[in-house]
Design a protein around this ligand. Structure first.
Ligand SMILES: *Cc1c(COP(=O)(O)O)cnc(C)c1O
Length: 426
């Protein structure tokens, strides 16, 4: 029997024949999973599910740009917001909705909207509500493209911007003594793993009238929950740990109902940073294993940071929970784990860093992160090349600095690879 014929028959089943409580038996019914009381790892698998009356187990991929209406009257009613119905995948799409519902449940946010990339999430969250004459205060240690938006793009629109050293509370206090519309920060930062005191900065920012946007990519929603420390909006690159297997780009913006509906939604709908349903589906599959991956990769990262710290070729290793990290206490107070990233500095500068990277056999050279494959980057010549030597010096990025995204390989193999590659340095 052709699938669509079977589907029609299933749709026609009377409710009384449904063997399972809550089983969907209406033509356009969806079953939502109720996840309020579930723990994070369970929510990662079940929250936000929309199951059609075909009773599929895995989430359905609605790879469609548009949706149809039974009549002209119905289309009119949908556009007048009298009937809730999908219209066009730039506004919303069922597969993307499942991802949005799941991420909102995990973060504890009112509303989530997913975007095509992490940068679409950051730029939309910023541009949606800012206007000429506004003032933005940002931590200096930002992902390269976020730094460009603050330093270069926003001033083109008449928005004043100011950078502060994210770890310096006095500097935040000084910058936020003047009213501001928005604060943007990242903690732990890329690539030097500096911490920003979320509770203190959110409180200073709110006193200045600012909306606090936190880029929580490095920590993931599993290890740090910015909303609980007072942040208003959380942004992600889903390209990183959420997909976690190097396949697709994606992003997410999570925030309070009023701001999301009144400020973000009109911008999102009309400027079009929407996520592809296919990519949403891949990220949904990635989330099912994220808790396991992040836990294992973080444990390996901590062990690797300890190993690197003991090596004579290395002048310093940075990892949030290392005893030697200057902000260890702050990290422990706002994160439930150190994360999957380790940054270290070779005594021999660029030559040593390049020799090490070229000697790797398992670890690969890539600027991506949060992947199952261990990836190494030389920030000074790649991700942080464009910010220039002065800004790099201010951030502490030297020619010998390497950022390592620890993957899911056997930890002993990664340490063996580092050991043999360090042999090539000395
Ligand atoms: C990767 C990344 C982004 C940008 O995400 P894309 O998906 O590459 O657009 C933003 N912030 C941080 C911290 C990142 O690591």
């Amino acid at each position: 029997m052709p699938l669509n014929k079977r589907a029609k028959e299933a749709v026609a089943l009377p409710c009384a024949t449904s063997p399972v409580a809550g089983h969907v038996c209406e033509a356009r019914g969806f079953e939502m999973s109720d996840s309020d009381s579930q723990r994070l790892a369970t929510k990662l698998i079940h929250a936000g599910r929309i199951r059609t009356n075909l009773d599929e187990n895995a989430e359905a991929l609605f790879l469609t740009s548009g949706f149809v209406y039974e009549s002209a009257e119905m289309a009119e009613a949908v556009f007048a917001n009298q009937i809730q119905h999908y219209q066009y995948s730039r506004f919303s799409n069922p597969t993307v909705s499942m991802l949005e519902q799941k991420l909102a449940a995990i973060e504890g946010a009112d509303v989530c909207r997913c975007t095509a990339t992490g940068m679409a999430a950051v730029s939309s969250a910023m541009l949606a509500g800012l206007k000429a004459g506004d003032r933005v205060v940002a931590a200096r240690a930002l992902f390269g493209s976020c730094h460009w938006i603050v330093s270069t793009l926003l001033p083109q629109y008449g928005i004043t911007t100011e950078f502060v050293d994210g770890a310096d509370l006095a500097a935040w206090g000084k910058a936020l003594a003047t009213p501001a519309a928005m604060v943007l920060l990242e903690t732990p930062s890329n690539p030097m793993l500096d911490m920003v005191d979320l509770r203190a900065v959110c409180s200073l920012a709110h006193a200045a009238g600012a909306l606090v946007v936190v880029d929580n990519v490095f920590a993931t929603p599993l290890l740090q929950r910015p909303l609980e420390f007072g942040a208003d909006v959380v942004v992600y690159s889903a390209t990183k740990h959420m997909d976690g297997q190097g396949r697709v780009l994606g992003g997410a913006v999570l925030g309070p109902k009023k701001w999301m509906e009144e400020v973000f939604q009109p911008f999102f709908r009309n400027t079009g940073p929407a996520l592809s349903p296919f990519n949403a589906w891949v990220i949904l599959k990635g989330l099912e294993t994220m808790a396991l991956r992040v836990k294992a990769q973080s444990a390996a990262a901590e062990a690797i940071a300890n190993f690197l710290e003991s090596r004579p070729e290395i002048s310093r290793a940075l990892y949030p929970t290392l005893a030697s990290h200057p902000q260890r206490e702050l990290a422990m107070s706002q994160m439930s784990g150190g994360g999957t990233m380790v940054t270290f500095e070779l005594k021999g500068g660029k030559a040593a860093a390049f020799a090490l990277m070229n000697a790797f056999r398992i670890i690969t050279i890539s600027n991506n992160l949060g992947d199952t494959k261990s990836l190494a980057t030389h920030p000074a010549t790649t991700t942080h090349m464009r910010i220039g030597p002065e800004e790099r010096a201010r951030l502490g990025i030297t020619e010998g600095t390497i950022r390592l995204s620890v993957g899911l390989e056997d930890q002993a193999d990664i340490i063996d690879d580092l050991t043999q590659a360090l042999g090539a340095v000395s």
